[in-house]
Design a protein around this ligand. Structure first.
Ligand code: ACO
Length: 322
């Protein structure tokens, strides 16, 4: 049986830090409110020249270096992003060119904050079915570019960054399972209401940015993440105690804690970056994963549960043996 195994990780954060104190100067908020409700203390903001592609390239280079591979060793690129550089071509194609790679499939996946889970699940299916041997999977976002900086309900939550993993075909596990879900009935709870197909001429400024019904999003997120935990354990015949690490999407420390509680995991076994990164959407899971791999917390053969939820709504999990 062929599995996909993680052989490299990398990430990139833009240098510019935006603290809660900085936000107090922009909108009617406070460090105390933001920390109590979300756990976020600061987030990164892409510089004027930085884009989802440029940050993804840096994360990809670091992942390739950690795997001791050249770009040409990769035969599939999947980029998860909600904030592509261009309407088209796909950010994955732009990134392919910048890395000097040729003639491998490269495409974007749009599942907002679940994007990395979707992209990794797709890469796993390519590898298991012989469609690729080695895939570069990236989550990268310039989410701060789609924020209304006068809306205190959303602008305090998000940040920018990129994370990447390389997965390759292996006889030993590997990714053990992936589960993907979506329910478009919740589309209005979290969205950017304007779009290309509706016509540029009809875009009004208030519709060009993130709209969110925060407390409804919170409730759906906690419910569906609880469900994916049960689903992943059951599919693998595992107990909660079999999970060594939870690497969750970093939206809000209260959502993360609720999932950890469901798993019976102490917070020391949960990788959290939300305090320093905020919610970087599709980038948050690979950013957190890379951090914990590099600092030695996540070790070879440990069992890691990744889970995410985002606009769509979309949600899902990947369970893997590192
Ligand atoms: N500073 C101060 N006050 C604020 C701020 C702010 N930044 N934002 C909202 N408030 C106010 C509201 O106006 C409201 O005031 P009111 O009672 O006078 O009307 C009050 O705080 C309470 O607002 P709620 O929305 O009920 O606050 P809640 O406890 O639900 O927390 C939050 C809001 C943090 C957004 C929470 O609902 C949440 O985290 N939801 C999940 C959203 C999320 O994670 N989105 C990310 C994308 S989806 C994903 O990744 C899962």
């Amino acid at each position: 049986m062929t599995y996909s195994r993680v052989v490299g990780t990398g990430s990139y954060l833009p240098p510019q830090i935006l603290t809660n104190a900085d936000l107090e100067k922009k909108v009617d908020t406070s460090d105390q409110w933001i920390v109590e409700r979300t756990g976020i203390r600061e987030r990164r903001v892409a510089g004027p020249e930085e884009t989802s592609c440029s940050m993804g390239v840096e994360a990809a280079r670091r992942a390739l270096t950690s795997a001791n591979l050249a770009p040409t060793d990769v035969d599939l690129i999947i980029v998860a992003t909600t904030t592509p550089d261009l309407v088209f071509p796909a950010t994955a194609c732009l990134l392919q060119e910048r890395l000097g790679m040729r003639n491998c499939p490269a495409f974007d996946v749009q599942a907002v904050c679940s994007g990395f889970i979707y992209a990794l699940a797709i890469a796993d299916k390519f590898i298991r079915t012989g469609g690729a041997r080695r895939a570069l999977v990236i989550g990268t976002e310039t989410f701060t570019r789609i924020l209304d900086w006068t809306d205190r309900g959303t602008c305090v939550l998000f940040g920018d960054g990129a994370g990447a993993v390389i997965v390759e075909a292996s006889e030993s596990p590997g990714i053990l399972s992936s589960h993907l879900h979506a329910d478009g009935r919740y589309a209005d709870l979290l969205c950017v209401p304007s779009g290309v197909s509706k016509g540029y001429d009809k875009v009004i400024a208030s519709q060009a940015y993130v709209h969110m019904a925060g407390s409804e999003v919170f409730k759906v997120a906690v419910r569906v993440l609880g469900e994916v935990v049960d689903e992943a354990l059951e599919a693998n015949g595992m107990q909660r105690s079999d999970i060594d690490w939870l690497v969750p999407h970093q939206a809000n420390i209260r959502i993360i804690s609720a999932t950890a509680k469901k798993l019976g995991l102490p917070m020391e076994r949960v990788v959290t970056t939300v305090d320093r990164h905020g919610n970087t959407s599709a980038a948050s899971i690979p950013l957190a994963f890379d951090e914990a791999v590099r600092d030695g917390r996540i070790k070879r053969n440990q069992v890691v549960l990744m889970e995410g939820v985002g606009g769509g709504f979309t949600w899902g999990s990947v369970l893997l043996k590192y």
